[in-house]
Write a protein of this length. Structure first.
Length: 133
């Protein structure tokens, strides 16, 4: 199923535009990576916070939707810890809790040395719609 979920999320045009790629996906867990280019840097030449958030958001989307039920974020909190000059960063999303309608995920954003750059906590809402992979 992982390959089918990865293929499905290639339809996320914003993530693709930003160079984000899913590496691993299973229900409740996903890893996404982004190769940092000049386009990801802000005015002081560090990775723009929105790029980091977008990477983490795709990891959450893949992990939560891999259950086969459409899940959309309804709240997200992000803490930034440090900047990096890594050429690649990754986001690792893990399910913390899930009920029939509400899910909660922690997403760690790490550099190539697995140093923590940012941490997100995302709450999602499960709709009645199913996704067929």
């Amino acid at each position: 199923m992982s390959k089918k979920v990865i293929e499905f999320f290639k339809k996320d045009r914003f993530a693709v535009y930003n160079g984000i790629e899913l590496v691993e996906v299973k229900p409740g867990y996903a890893v996404a990576k982004m190769e940092i280019t000049e386009n990801h840097l802000n005015g002081v030449d560090v990775v723009q916070g929105g790029a980091i958030f977008t990477l983490a958001d795709l990891a959450f989307a893949a992990a939560s939707n891999a259950h086969g039920q459409v899940t959309l974020s309804i709240n997200a909190n992000i803490n930034f810890y440090k900047s990096t000059d890594s050429k690649n960063i990754i986001a690792e999303a893990k399910e913390v809790s899930a009920s029939k309608k509400i899910v909660n995920y922690d997403v760690d954003v790490l550099d190539e040395n697995r140093e923590l750059l940012a941490k997100l906590n995302i709450t999602g809402y499960r709709k009645n719609d199913r996704i067929e992979f």
